[in-house]
Design a binder for this molecule. Sequence first.
Ligand code: IPM
Ligand code: MG
Length: 352
Amino acid sequence: MQANIVLLPGDGIGPEVVAAAIKVLKALETRFGHTFSFSEHMIGGCSIDASGKSLTDETLKACQAADAVLLGAVGGPKWDDPKANERPEKGLLALRKGLAVFANLRPVKVYPNLVDASPLRPEKLAGVDMMVVRELTGGLYFGEPKGREQIDGRTRAVDTMAYWDDEIRRIVDMAFQLARGRRKKVTSVDKANVLESSRLWRQVTAEVATGYPDIKLENMLVDTASMRLVSNPSEFDVVVTENMFGDILTDEAAVLTGSMGLLPSASLGSGGPGLYEPIHGSAPDIAGKGIANPVGTILSSAFMLRYSLKLEKEASSIEAAVEKTIAGGHLTADLGGTATTSEVTETILANL
Ligand code: IPM
Ligand code: MG
């Protein structure tokens, strides 16, 4: 197959981990006889430095015209001024919105030989295997009104958590679909005891559930969910939730595996190119040192092959090679190992 892939390395460790994923994709290209054409564009802090904008029209257009987009990370202390008008994260949010990728899939799985890297006791980790489906283009991140106003010498800032019923329906429906291929349980996380948007969320979720009699639905308040994630993480199968709740819960869920550096994500819409990125950030403290964990991005590229390019065999071959590499103890510093980014990448290539 022939596919156009846009690369957005971004900031911090982004370029290092994206370079690692490209090596893996190129190896598969040769092995399976595909032609991937890569074109690289800027996003985030580097884009602000180059053009004053965290996402240019040119980058957005290239992404919209691509088959899939692979992103590293955005942000860093250089662009962290809270008063700045243009921030790296703004570009990422505009890209998600511009690609209409409303569903962010974040799988959390524990590798048996990494249980010691987890902050939880090993017996808590047995059977942990969940898929968090985070709503990505609505809710508190995008609701209007949003901004600041001066009133009688005081400053007021406002963000709004707002959802349309159809925005809830499509994401919850995707969660139920995914549950069919898994353990057939959906946990919908909200704050329905306080928030009106959550009460609508719960109502629409109940309606969607009637179409899936084979799937068990559980509603859980977000504070309870954050507690259950550490006290009994193996009870979760598919978790579906609002944008901001999902942002918070996925960092918590990710670290159960031992390191945020391991986890991939896929952001999907209805048709159109998908956006693939590791869930970790730009890690400015280790950028340029060659020690970043490339696994999250390499697994994101496997997701890209699976969901956007429909290359299931190729996707599974990456996942198997990563599993073998981790089982073989080839680990970067975040997992207590001493391997460099390129050593881990080379071992994954050898295991392909
Ligand atoms: C994530 C990140 C982003 C988010 C930031 C970088 C804007 O934390 O993908 O989880 O909040 O969505
Ligand atoms: Mg986050």
